[in-house]
Design a protein around this ligand. Sequence first.
Ligand SMILES: [Zn+2]
Length: 130
Amino acid sequence: MALSSGQTEQLRRMIESRRQVLQAELHDGVDRARENNFEDLAGPAPDAADESVATLIGDIDHADVSRDMTELRALDAARERIEQGSYGVCLDCGAEIEFERLRAAPAALRCIGCQRLREKTYASPTGSSL
Ligand SMILES: [Zn+2]
């Protein structure tokens, strides 16, 4: 275990505060989605162009929410690993994940070497940082 208890504690606090930010964002996103419902955006007698704009805005909001949800789940999983004592161990090679990497991405599952390899193998246009 390369992480000291102080380092683990620091990362745990980072995960907690990030979770709170995300939960607040998700809450706002749901409120916004309720306010900007389709009828409000498109107006009482929408023509085709208005409808497509409303659909587009709806899709963007949805993408934000699902991205936040994905990150929140990753942070939940990281918190679980801290409880179980398996946090900071690379999923692929079993080596310890560098503290600096965890500070930048507390939910990271892999060491930098394995992550780079994975990004090369499964190159995706969105380029996940986790
Ligand atoms: Zn690795």
